[in-house]
Design a binder for this molecule. Sequence first.
Ligand SMILES: Nc1ncnc2c1ncn2[C@@H]1O[C@H](COP(=O)(O)OP(=O)(O)O)[C@@H](O)[C@H]1O
Ligand SMILES: O=C(O)C1=C[C@@H](OP(=O)(O)O)[C@@H](O)[C@H](O)C1
Ligand SMILES: [Mg+2]
Length: 419
Amino acid sequence: MRRGLIGEHLGHSYSQRIHETLGGYPYELIEVAPQDLDAWMKNKDFAALNVTIPYKKAVIPYLEELDERARRIGAVNTIVNDHGRLIGKNTDYYGCRFMLEQAGIEIQDRKVILLGNGGAAQAVQAVLEDLGAAAIVKVKRNPSPETLTYEEAYRDHSGAQVIVNTSPVGMFPAQEGLPVELDRFPQLESVADVIYNPHRTRLIVEAQKRGCRTATGLSMLTAQAAEAIEAFIGKPVAPESILRMTAELAREKMNLVLIGMPGCGKSTIARKLAEISGRPAVDIDQRIVERIGMPIRDFFAQQGEARFRQIEAEILAEVTLQTGQIIATGGGIVKDWENVRRLRQSGKVYFLDRSLDQLETDPSRPLSSSREALRQLYDQRIDLYRAACDQQIENNGSADQTARRLWQDWLTETTGLID
Ligand SMILES: Nc1ncnc2c1ncn2[C@@H]1O[C@H](COP(=O)(O)OP(=O)(O)O)[C@@H](O)[C@H]1O
Ligand SMILES: O=C(O)C1=C[C@@H](OP(=O)(O)O)[C@@H](O)[C@H](O)C1
Ligand SMILES: [Mg+2]
């Protein structure tokens, strides 16, 4: 009998990958049109199902039983067919709890702003209650009886310590979206976002910039699937397997980004990483040269640095819409926070750190023509590189060694990818 996911539009869903890898059974993505739901549910032609938008509430009348969590949350994302008795469960609760606990986000005695009021919000709210939140302030763009507007939240709840986003604002392909102004909450400690595409939403990147603890939605997705697998076939999935699966899915979509001083080896190592990994390498400087049709030094001389930075930012915005790449940046990319923000949203950022005396000087490059010029640049930029990166990697040995070390780090990291 069938196992799978029902929803209206499923597109590309990770659920099939997760269930087939961690559960070891075939799992179908089953699109059901609203007018067909009634017949589909009455047929009971399945062993177990997951349920997604827009049917998490609509399936309830067809079920013989709801477990306690599903009843409390008022929505079902998992159905088990027990000899013709359909039992409804909600594993989003476990997924959310796993996401928060894994990231070390403290909820006890904290005031929490909960953004959005859709299906996920109810599961998140139940978790926040059980973890001892001092208050849960539900916020939604359009006024409704149980929620506040953003302006009311800014005005009356600026002391909130935690924000959890369940609204769709910031989701691919509209990843420039930011649901809330973080500056309005000076006591903010932690931010979680249930969105998992892009890898980091703009909200998460801005929260990390402020030093907040963060959690992203991919671990919630994998963890809710893990609990569903247990309900489907009675096989528990260990937390380590959830984390490994999460990291594997994250890596596939993420870009691997190199930043650092001119001449530190970004372009060279990106090419080597492309060879090792089979991923495409994109060199931003090379793309710029193709667009401007002349060497960068000539463009600096003719049109000035400011115009160069505009073109650099435009090309970066295009490149960071693509996934699964190795990206070599130009040394000055970190001068503009919007560039850094886009790079961080799209992947993991490595700062290639090569000691000043080993940096390549190059008379054909406008800003790294002499060692003294490099020293001045280094002093101006070192703090920017450190703040922009997820990880600093020393590059004082050979390029081959560094490329291998870097690729090893990329492959073995698990938890760091998801907070
Ligand atoms: N460990 C190393 N990593 C990268 N490049 C190295 C290394 N050792 C020597 N080099 C040389 O240094 C130069 C680095 O230049 P490039 O890769 O263009 O740097 P960037 O793109 O960071 O400006 C190349 O000529 C490369 O052959
Ligand atoms: O550091 C900089 O401001 C620059 C670095 C260069 O790239 P590399 O870092 O690859 O040399 C290139 O983008 C341009 O000359 C400006
Ligand atoms: Mg380069």
